[in-house]
Design a protein around this ligand. Structure first.
Ligand code: NAP
Ligand code: MG
Length: 500
């Protein structure tokens, strides 16, 4: 079988050792459309530890030859997979919207971004280089080799179910590692589609293995199996902390976690732009982006004018099924997201913040079929409130009032997270100071907190990331390679002579 799908029953399988196989125990689970839960997107293998172990062992075997394959052929496979995704862009974007909920335009952008990422790492794989060092002994050559690690576990969230896996899997494969990929249980179809593209592009058996199913059944081997050399994870800070503790001492761990990303609005800001940045950064993707804007820190002088502008824009947003023409905000991804967002709205009210707009579940047609909320705007939010400190991961904006730039800056940095931070101002000195001193891995100036280039490093500070390796861009390659130092003695060359 060359594809993960059986057209008749839309049942999809794991990819292990180059074969599409059912879970060892035969279990399945369904993925549903969060805009219309009567729409089943597909049925997937409910894997258990046995499947995870089989995938790891297949990767271990494949690694021996994959690591020695010509870098050019690895690059060509990544290139071909990118082409397959793009050829299929229309259908794939619709599936992505049906499975995750984001609006179709965002889904199309994610498919394109995924293809670009695969191509980018096809090329980066050809730039892996060690160095030759000067040696005190002329008859000894001292050099470093950059080698792949071996088996890498890739564990990913549902919010960017194609592009986040791609920015881990592509550099891992380009460097010659073998991968075991566990997509989020919310979005297994996108995991299958990515694996399918790489498989059809000619990836040898076992170089990439896909295991779908709940982390509670398959998670442990992916973290603890002695063959696993590295774990790269994107998801919540709570699960990240568990992975950090559970992984073996010798296993390399990369964690991309949550955020509580601020947008500062200063007195010299273009308020129209500032309100657009808040809407785009905070509400697009239904607020379900790790770099989403969730704290809007506005200086007193423009607070009321900004709030009024923002409200005007939020009121007009069209919430609905992401496949429907004109929809700007899709549903939340699942029922637990819906419950969590509604509970944060209640918490905000209890804490004494002023709910200016939204925050309720939407009902009636077409909302009853899915997990829709009206985007919420809170004002009078104080820094100690939970809605100002905790990641909500939904369409909830909290406006905090600051006396002046200094207080706004201090509020921005007073967070246990440090992923993305944006400032809206026309003052070049404050732009530069913010770029230097904001405690965030990504700084935006007059741009939304969301959005990042595939060729630029990505990651956070504090609880948003492990402090060791960056993702994306060239820096990502460091995680997937390690150096070995070789001392090569030349018996024939004496006293640094020319050995004529
Ligand atoms: P999550 O609940 O942490 O899950 C992420 C992945 O980890 C899923 O594949 C999940 O599998 C798996 N997992 C859960 N428990 C595990 C365990 N004990 N051992 C091993 N794996 C485990 O996160 P999510 O709800 O999918 O995504 C939302 C979160 O991701 C937010 O906090 C967001 O900020 C963060 N995020 C961060 C970035 C970034 O780059 N910094 C980007 C996007 C999202 P199951 O689905 O089977 O439970
Ligand atoms: Mg779903």
């Amino acid at each position: 079988m060359s594809r993960g799908m059986d057209e008749g029953d839309r049942a999809y399988r794991n990819l292990i050792g180059g074969e599409w196989v059912e879970a060892a125990e035969g279990g399945t689970f369904d993925s549903r459309n969060p805009a219309d839960t009567s729409d089943a997107v597909g049925r997937f293998a409910a894997s258990t530890e046995a499947d995870a172990v089989a995938a790891i062992e297949a990767a271990q075997r494949a690694f021996l030859s994959w690591r020695e394959s010509p870098p050019t052929s690895r690059a060509e496979i990544l290139y071909r997979a990118a082409g397959l995704l793009e050829e299929n862009l229309d259908a794939l974007a619709v599936e992505l919207t049906r499975e995750e909920g984001k609006v179709l335009a965002s889904a199309r952008q994610e498919v394109r971004r995924t293809a670009q990422t695969l191509r980018y790492y096809a090329s980066e794989g050809l730039n892996i280089a060690g160095e030759t060092l000067p040696s005190d002994d002329a008859a000894t050559r001292v050099y470093t080799r950059k080698e792949p690690l071996g088996v890498v576990s890739v564990i990913t969230p549902w919010n960017f179910p194609l592009s986040i896996p791609a920015r881990k899997i592509a550099p891992a494969l380009a460097a010659g590692n073998a991968v075991v990929f566990k997509p989020a249980s919310e979005t297994p179809l996108m995991g299958v589609r990515l694996a399918e593209a790489l498989h059809r592009a000619g990836l040898p058996a076992g170089a990439l293995n896909l295991v779908t199913g709940s982390a509670s059944r398959v998670g442990e081997p992916l973290l603890r199996h002695p063959a696993v050399q590295a774990v790269t994870f994107t998801g919540s800070t709570a699960v990240g902390e568990h992975i950090h503790r559970a992984a073996r001492l010798s296993t390399r761990v990369q964690l991309e976690l949550g955020g509580k990303n601020p947008l500062l609005v200063l007195e010299d800001a273009d308020l129209e732009l500032a309100a657009d940045l808040a809407v785009k950064g905070g509400l697009e993707l239904t607020g379900q982006a790790c770099t989403g804007t969730s704290r809007i820190i506005v200086v007193d002088a423009v607070h009321d004018a900004f709030a009024a502008k923002l409200l005007g824009k939020v009121r007009r947003l069209r919430v609905g099924n992401g496949l429907a023409e004109g929809t700007e905000i899709g549903p939340l991804a699942n029922e637990s997201q819906l419950r969590s967002v509604l509970s944060y709205v209640a918490i905000g009210k209890d804490e004494g913040a002023e709910l200016l707009f939204g925050g309720g579940r939407l009902t009636g047609e077409p909302y009853d079929a899915g997990y829709f909320v009206q985007p919420a705007v809170f004002a009078q939010v104080r820094p100690e409130m939970r809605i100002a400190r905790e990641e909500i991961f939904g369409p909830v904006l909290a406006i905090l009032r600051a006396k002046d730039y200094r207080e706004a800056f201090e509020m921005a940095n007073a967070s246990e997270y440090g992923l993305s931070a944006s400032i809206c101002t026309s003052d070049p000195e404050r732009m530069e100071a913010f770029a230097r001193y904001a405690e965030a891995g990504v700084v935006k100036i007059n741009l939304p907190t969301t959005g990042n280039a595939y060729n630029a490093p990505f990651g956070g500070m504090k609880l948003s990331s492990t402090a060791t390796y960056r993702e994306a861009g060239r820096e990502a390659m460091a995680f997937y390679t390690r150096s070995k130092t070789v001392y090569h003695g030349f018996r024939g060359i004496k006293d640094g002579g020319m050995a004529f």
